[in-house]
Design a protein around this ligand. Structure first.
Ligand code: DGJ
Length: 380
């Protein structure tokens, strides 16, 4: 608009010296000015729209109101034609509690879990805090002094409720519990039901996976982050059934991600280095219960040994695009956690392996023609 304004202001001055008395000349020039102004306006509108129709991993990503998106360690739910992105609202001062000094366990106090909605995945509307901190009860799991991380939401088709699971902890990460909350609408408010130590064990980083048959699983770090557990949830998704397996024993993983593609189960995770990045892991299985076969670091491109300076958090399918999957990760800024960024990349397959290739900027057209090197996805 500024350019249009300048053109309109400047051109009358250039019109006069040509032939101040000729009305025909003036009209022609005026038409030219209007033509250029329209062109500039069109270019600006297209440019602005174009800028929003790309994913730029690691760049500041703003919502429709111009604020930086605040949804860390998050997950995605697609429901009734809309994407809902849930994540930790990291707001306020980043500080290092004395108990966490050795391992640089920086934190921001709990404010809540934020949700954004989108129809196109590029532009996001802030739907506010859908689960809020409880500042006036020091014993509550959601008291500001506690830890609430890695929220994931699933829709339960039987109860028609939205169920959120998240990692709940004390500031020193010793409580290691799994919290659950429920809502009638994707944008909440979520009603916090409490937390458990599932299967009698500790539970830290976690994710949710809902299979094609509607059964839901919680996948989490346990036994002091040594081992990953996969637990079947009850039909209402609100409890653990007691049916579970221990996988990747002794492999020390965090930031687990599970998704299904080509009839197989795929897994991505990080190692355990606090907020600092490390090489991602990947694995594949024909059943959620395993056996899981590790496939190594799926990252390709600059900083691939550090997962592009990020840590996995979720993979979700693009609606209406068969086998198109997007990998979501967090580029943590440990001394200024609210300034942590997002790294989204397309999931690709090469042979029987998973591939996450770096790209400075990309859009959904990368999925045109499939996601694999010989057909849409890897085959068995
Ligand atoms: C790594 C985990 O993946 C994060 O969710 C968070 O708990 C940090 N550790 C804390 O250092």
């Amino acid at each position: 608009m500024a350019a249009v304004f300048i053109l309109l202001r400047m051109n009358p001055r250039t019109v006069h010296p040509v032939n101040p008395l000729s009305l025909a000349n003036q009209s022609r020039l005026l038409l030219r000015v209007i033509g250029s102004a329209t062109l500039v306006l069109l270019l600006q509108v297209c440019g602005a729209a174009g800028a929003q129709r790309q994913f730029r991993p690691g760049a500041v990503w703003t919502d429709g109101g111009g604020a930086a998106i605040n949804a860390h360690g998050g997950g995605m739910l697609f429901h009734d034609g809309t994407y809902y992105w849930y994540g930790e609202n990291k707001e306020g001062r980043t500080w290092l509690p004395r108990v966490n000094r050795k391992w640089e366990g920086y934190r921001v106090d709990i404010t809540g879990i934020r949700c954004y909605s989108s129809g196109d995945l590029y532009t996001w509307n802030d739907r506010g805090l859908v689960l809020t901190a409880v500042p006036d009860d020091a014993a509550h799991d959601l008291h500001t002094t506690k830890v609430a991380e890695r929220p994931k939401v699933a829709f339960n088709a039987q109860t028609r409720k939205f169920v959120m699971w998240l990692h709940i902890d004390t500031p020193d990460y010793r409580a290691a519990r799994a919290g659950v909350a429920v809502a009638d609408a994707p944008t909440g408010p979520f009603n916090y039901l409490g937390s458990v130590r599932p299967e009698g064990a500790d539970s830290r980083d976690q994710t949710l996976f809902v299979d094609d048959d509607g059964k839901a699983y919680r996948i989490y770090s346990s036994e002091g982050n040594q081992t990953t557990y996969i637990s079947l949830l009850t039909d209402d998704y609100l409890q653990h059934t007691g049916k579970y397996v221990k996988v990747f024993a002794g492999r020390r993983m965090e930031a687990q991600v599970v998704f299904k593609c080509g009839g197989r189960y795929w897994f991505i995770a990080s190692g355990c280095t606090g907020w600092d990045p490390n090489p991602a892991r990947s694995a594949v299985a024909d059943s959620i219960w395993g056996p899981w076969k590790e496939l190594g670091n799926p990252c390709v491109g600059p900083k691939h040994r550090k997962t592009f300076l990020a840590q996995s958090t979720f993979v979700f399918p693009v609606a209406g695009e068969p086998d198109a999957l997007i990998f979501m990760a967090d580029r943590w800024n440990k001394t200024n956690l609210p300034d942590s960024r997002y790294v989204w990349l397309p999931v690709r397959f090469k042979g029987n392996r998973l591939r996450l290739e770096w790209s400075d900027a990309w859009d959904l057209s990368v999925f045109d023609g499939g996601t694999g090197d010989s057909g849409p996805v890897a085959t068995k």
